[in-house]
Design a protein around this ligand. Structure first.
Ligand code: GDP
Length: 304
């Protein structure tokens, strides 16, 4: 929880402190109050549709519970935010799914620069710390430097990186990595993939080929396809989620750089519009700046 609190400092001061200030200053819950609240939420990138829904919910709660003092609205707002973030499938949906009988395969997708490599490194570190054996696959053979960058993380964390030379077939790299992971009796294989958005068709073909290779070797895999999104890009992250999410079989989202933005509300907008849960959040550049996304903890870190 402390990590959350620290990492969300910018969002807390831009969003939460403004909400709290509003509640104290206005006291009365009238049209002006709702209007100002709406504006604060939209500025924090909660997303217009979500904000409208949220305000409607608040209005009916205010009527139902006969709330008069604006300050009493804060716990109601927290409650609603947690509900929005949990979605219909509740808390369990936010956890990374692992295989219960052998190798877990996790695939990472996302455009360049969003923090994909860093997140892979952090996650490898986490599993390594838990005593699991981890192997990384350098499946982004397209971008210059991607392989070396993953190797830097591999060295840092102390896990093996399976690679081929730049330009080679990513599916072949993944195949090698699956073989290596099985030979070493590894618990977890984390695969990087290329993240170019232009020529989407190629990317889709490439991913489909990778899926086929994985499923041939490990029938219930990939266990997760995680799309990495940069929270500092706000609504842009949401567009990427829509673009990737519908076509690539994404099972979970990773929201990076939440520490670097006041627009942490994007987590809520994405959850609301996507039906794919946020599973991990990045709260800094260091190895242990990765957290499971627990809606309850997230909202409480914001408002405490
Ligand atoms: P990739 O191109 O998607 O693999 O992106 P990288 O992993 O190379 O990350 C791009 C930049 O974002 C690097 O400078 C990272 O240190 C930084 N970065 C990644 N995740 C986070 C995060 O959660 N918080 C902060 N502040 N920086 C991050």
């Amino acid at each position: 929880t402390n990590k959350f609190k620290e990492g969300l400092t910018k969002t807390r001061s831009a969003f939460v402190e403004r909400v709290e200030d509003l509640m104290i200053r206005r006291k009365k819950i009238d049209e002006d109050f709702y209007e100002e609240l709406e504006e604060i939420l939209i500025t924090a990138d909660v997303g217009v549709n979500t904000v409208m829904e949220l305000i409607d919910d608040l209005r009916s709660e205010v009527r139902k519970r006969k709330i008069e003092d604006a300050a009493e609205l804060q716990p109601v707002l927290s409650e609603k935010l947690v509900e929005l973030l949990q979605g219909e499938d509740q808390v369990t949906a936010n956890q990374i799914k692992l295989s219960d009988n052998g190798l877990t395969v996790i695939l990472f997708v996302g455009v360049n620069g969003v923090g994909k490599t860093t997140t892979i490194g952090k996650l490898a570190h986490r599993y390594q710390q838990e005593g699991k054996q981890v192997v990384l696959a350098a499946g982004d053979t397209f971008r210059a430097g991607a392989i070396e960058q993953l190797e830097v993380w591999g060295d840092r964390v102390g896990v093996e990186v399976i690679k081929q030379q730049a330009g080679s077939d990513p599916a072949a790299v993944i195949y090698d990595a699956l073989k290596a992971a099985k030979n070493r009796n590894a618990d977890i294989l984390i695969c990087d993939t290329a993240g170019r958005l232009q020529n989407k068709v190629n990317l889709m073909e490439e991913l489909n080929k990778i899926y086929r290779v994985i499923q041939r070797e490990v029938p219930d895999a990939p266990h997760e396809v995680l799309l990495v999104l940069d929270a500092t890009t706000g609504q842009n992250a949401l567009s990427q989620a829509k673009l990737f999410g519908e076509k690539t079989g994404v099972t979970g989202l990773v929201l990076t750089k939440l520490d670097g933005t006041a627009k942490g509300g994007i987590a809520i907008a994405i959850r609301q519009e996507m039906d794919i849960p946020v599973k991990l959040v990045g709260l800094g550049e260091k190895m242990d700046d990765l957290q499971d996304f627990d809606p309850d903890q997230f909202v409480h870190a914001l408002f405490s």
